[in-house]
Design a protein around this ligand. Structure first.
Ligand code: ASP
Ligand code: MG
Length: 419
């Protein structure tokens, strides 16, 4: 069997849904297929915003109505018949969303209720896809991924219980796949006591890899709006190059540095079972794309990776002594408690600097925790640039006209934090 993952851009409009049906009919062949789908377009961002308003006790009706109207519009375009059950199902889900927004307890844990709300995006999109494919004579079963991917209560970053998940997936899904497609949600997991978790932003790739791993898939496909895995994001760079074939290892490293094509957790489960991952364009599905597998290439074109919205934090000791291993231990403990990930770090005689993704709430808690022991400075709104497999030319190209706050270089990797 194979796993196909369709991201937000591939379900952003009625036309995009039609294209999915076309891809499945043309390329799915007689294969057993499990389809993992993300929320439509920018729905997850919209839901984050709506949740944020609800959590602050501010009105969210306008934003909620916009989200509802967007989904209704697509459904109306896709389904000629007003009696198709999709309408009722979608309205019901939106009612549930409204209820969970209205009942966010004041002072409730932000991350836990975030998951209960933001997860609706994938429930909407997968529901629409289920009914639409049925209409297209593509028989399929909708399954609730929260009942198959079991996680702990690390909200917004659920940690998967692999044994339970594999057992449950293997128990139920192969039989369904004998004569039907399966449609399910990316990004979502469920806890033992019935709460929803999410697997981290852009986590649908990871969901697809979990299903691929547990079902021993022969391949996984990510259908995207780019031609494959490129050496740079075409939003920022012209003349990008596509890698026709690249190793798991190289891809993991690129994802770690922030290449947004693939969620960083996706590769490990696939590599463990040597399941090849194809990154293909849904706009040009016949094109070759990229094959990610257990291969080795010596020379690869330099890869340029940008992480936006970075924060550079520096800690210095108050009494002009040096930063000691004990100090570092204190800092690392606080970071790990707050789940702030270090994207880059640098040590000097009297200060220690780290670059992390900016998260206002966690940053403030970090400062509260460490304020009495360290002088802490920080800058926000920064970018972290990484060049993997760099050469002089690529460094010059990158450093030109930038205000550089921090620079670091190893034998294979060059990094800059800049404004
Ligand atoms: N919809 C989620 C997000 O935008 C998950 C995903 O797209 O992979 O983060
Ligand atoms: Mg998305």
């Amino acid at each position: 069997m194979k796993v196909y993952k369709f991201g937000g851009a591939s379900v952003k409009s009625a036309e995009a849904f039609r294209n999915i049906a076309h891809i499945i009919k043309t390329f799915g062949g007689d294969k057993q297929l499990l389809l993992v789908v993300s929320a439509m377009g920018k729905t997850t961002n919209a839901l984050e915003h709506i949740f944020d308003l609800a959590h602050k006790g501010e009105p969210f009706d306008k934003e909620y109505q916009q989200c509802l109207a967007y989904h209704r519009e697509v459904v109306e375009e896709l389904f000629a018949s007003e009696s198709n059950p999709v309408h009722e199902r979608l309205e019901h889900l939106f009612l549930q969303l409204q209820q969970s927004l209205q009942t966010v307890p004041s002072g409730a844990s932000y991350d836990k209720f975030y998951d209960q709300v933001v997860s609706f995006g994938e429930l909407f999109s997968s529901t629409i896809l289920h009914y639409f494919l049925t209409n297209q004579s593509l028989q399929n079963t909708w399954i609730d991924s929260r009942k198959y991917i079991n996680t702990d209560t690390s909200w917004r970053e659920g940690r998967v219980d692999w044994n339970w998940t594999e057992r449950t997936i293997k128990r139920d899904l192969p039989e369904i796949l004998q004569n039907q497609l399966i449609v399910t949600q990316g990004f979502l997991g469920g806890t033992n006591n019935g709460f929803t978790t999410t697997l981290g932003r852009e986590g649908s790739d990871f969901s697809a890899a979990i299903f691929a791993y547990c079902l021993d898939a022969e391949a996984m496909y990510i259908w995207k709006d780019v031609e494959g895995l490129l050496n740079a994001d075409p939003k920022y760079f012209t003349d990008t190059i596509r890698y026709p074939e690249i190793s798991y290892q190289e891809t993991v490293e690129m994802a770690y540095y922030g290449a947004s094509v693939i969620h960083p957790k996706t590769i490990k489960p696939l590599a463990n079972k040597l399941i090849p991952l194809y990154v293909k364009s849904f706009l040009n599905p016949a094109a070759e794309g990229t094959k990610i597998c257990n291969c080795r290439f010596e020379v690869l074109a330099p890869a340029y990776i940008i992480k936006e919205n970075q924060c550079l934090i520096s800690f210095s000791v108050k009494d002009f002594t040096f930063i000691s291993e004990k100090n570092l231990g204190t800092i690392f403990n606080a970071l790990s408690e707050l789940r702030l990930k270090i994207n880059l770090m640098q040590n000097s005689a009297i200060s220690f600097s780290i670059c992390t993704d900016y998260n206002q709430e966690r940053l403030h808690r970090l400062i509260q925790t460490l304020n009495d022991q360290f002088v802490i400075h920080y800058n926000t709104g920064l970018r972290l640039f990484t060049v993997k497999n760099y050469d002089n030319n690529s460094i010059n190209k990158l450093s030109a006209d930038k205000e550089i706050l921090l620079e670091q270089r190893t034998r294979t990797t060059f990094q800059l934090v800049c404004r």
